[in-house]
Design a protein around this ligand. Structure first.
Ligand code: PMT
Length: 408
């Protein structure tokens, strides 16, 4: 398992079992680093973890940052492919659920956007407390994986649910989660994102409100699923995701060229970019001077990139987006058919919490063949995960023309 695994150890008696977890992960080929809370150091010495992992153990928020190019919590969050929190105390679950960042571990969690497994371990009543259960539900809803505690003798002298599962069980769960992620291993995926910029003159352009968020999240999800990813981005202020080929373009015609250059070598294309349908016919070489007259710009049609892909595609899976403000399903369905897509993700860009700029989206997937899946409001990262699961399903089972049944 050639992964970078960051283990967060919080202050519970079961911390001693996590020494064995770190050792097993190391033996399986993973690189392991540890962050301990202050309370955790009351149960196990950082030196023990240091010897097991061959890496320095981090405890202090403002400790020695000599080994880090960025501040430590960002560097550790960037480094890790996966985070395990074990044992997770009730207090730490509450901090995670509420975004409290008051020490190195909780701060690192906020900067970490990949898979997390949490292993709660505590007294049964604390575990069953409504507050703890509500915090666990919040974390689950955000996609955090929870390994339920085992039943048995507890350190507090009672018998019940609350024991940290055995190290082998924790490692098996980590392997399962990491292998689930590799659903696009061996596949090449092309994602477009952001808005195209259609020049008027050297200083002005026609643009749109796309931030690139939706497409960047899809590209990240595809990378995390093991795919080789090409991200072709129009205008966006976001930092390009790591571990992919990033191509920046401006106008729709540049995006078309970049997409066509890659098309033959990819297994799937996901076009979430907001591509301008029109461009200025005569782009002025000089800044247009203000005059007393009104200004009329003649617009000509841009190529429809996705429609062109639909007409030349061989075995590629083709996914489109439909940004609509009315008659969502009708208009999206028309685009699905016209562009010869496998499915289209329709979003009502006027709905609150959906569409341009915001971190969430509300989507409906319409499948070739007519099946429809509706999704509640969710983060664009979560929606990206759903899209990637469906693309992987189409690719792995060659089910392009046999859509999944509804699964909300
Ligand atoms: O970037 P964010 O701020 O996160 O916002 C996300 C989003 C709203 C941009 C995204 O969810 C979205 O809806 N993207 C598609 C926007 C769009 O251009 O929709 P459309 O209905 O105009 O186009 C339909 C499909 O054809 C799209 O896949 C589009 O990429 C493609 N198209 C459109 C025009 C064109 N000339 N060529 C194309 O390939």
């Amino acid at each position: 398992m050639q992964k970078n695994i960051l283990i967060g150890v919080t202050g519970g008696i079961a911390a001693y079992k996590v020494v064995e977890v770190a050792s097993l992960l190391k033996k399986s080929g993973a690189n392991v680093k540890i962050i301990m809370t202050h309370n955790a150091t009351e149960f196990v010495s950082p030196r023990t973890f240091q010897e097991i992992t061959n890496n320095a153990v981090s405890v202090e928020m403002f400790g020695d940052t000599a080994n880090f190019i960025h501040v430590e919590h960002i560097a550790l969050a960037d480094w890790a492919d996966f985070m395990l929190i074990a044992p997770a105390t009730a207090n730490f679950l509450a901090k995670m659920a509420h975004g409290i960042a008051d020490d190195l571990l909780s701060t690192t969690m906020l900067a970490f956007d990949k898979k997390i497994l949490v292993c709660p371990a505590m007294n049964t009543k604390m575990f069953e407390n409504t507050a703890t259960q509500a915090n666990l539900s919040t974390l689950k809803a955000r996609g955090v994986k929870i390994l339920e505690p085992a039943e048995g003798n507890l350190a507090c002298g009672t018998v019940g649910k609350g024991r940290l599962p055995e190290p082998q069980e924790i490692c098996a769960e980590i392997k399962k989660i990491l292998s689930e992620e590799q659903i696009l291993s061996g596949r090449k995926i092309l994602v477009t994102a952001g808005g195209t910029v259609e020049p008027i003159d050297p200083v002005r352009y026609i643009g749109n409100r796309s931030s690139g968020r939706m497409g960047y999240e899809i590209a990240k999800a595809a990378v995390n699923a093991g795919a080789e990813v090409v991200l072709i981005s129009g205008k966006s202020e976001l930092e390009p995701p790591k571990n992919l080929k990033f191509i920046k373009v401006e106008a729709a015609i540049d995006m078309r060229e970049a997409v066509l250059n890659e098309f033959d070598s990819v297994d799937a294309v996901i076009m979430s970019a907001a591509v301008a349908d029109y461009r200025v016919k005569n782009v002025s070489a000089q800044k247009i001077k203000k005059s007393d007259e009104n200004l009329t710009l003649e617009l000509v049609k841009n190529p429809d990139i996705l429609k062109e892909l639909g007409s030349i595609k061989k075995n590629q899976v083709l996914i489109g987006f439909a940004a609509e403000t009315q008659n969502i399903l009708d208009y999206a369905n028309k685009k699905l058919v016209e562009k010869n897509l496998d499915f289209i993700v329709a979003n009502d860009v006027t709905a609150e919490g959906a569409g341009f700029g915001v971190p969430t989206n509300i989507a409906t997937i319409i499948w070739r063949g007519g099946d429809v899946e509706t999704f509640d409001k969710m983060s664009k990262a979560d929606l990206a995960g759903k899209i990637i699961e469906r693309v992987a399903d189409l690719l792995s089972k060659d089910k392009k023309f046999f859509p999944l049944t509804s699964n909300h």
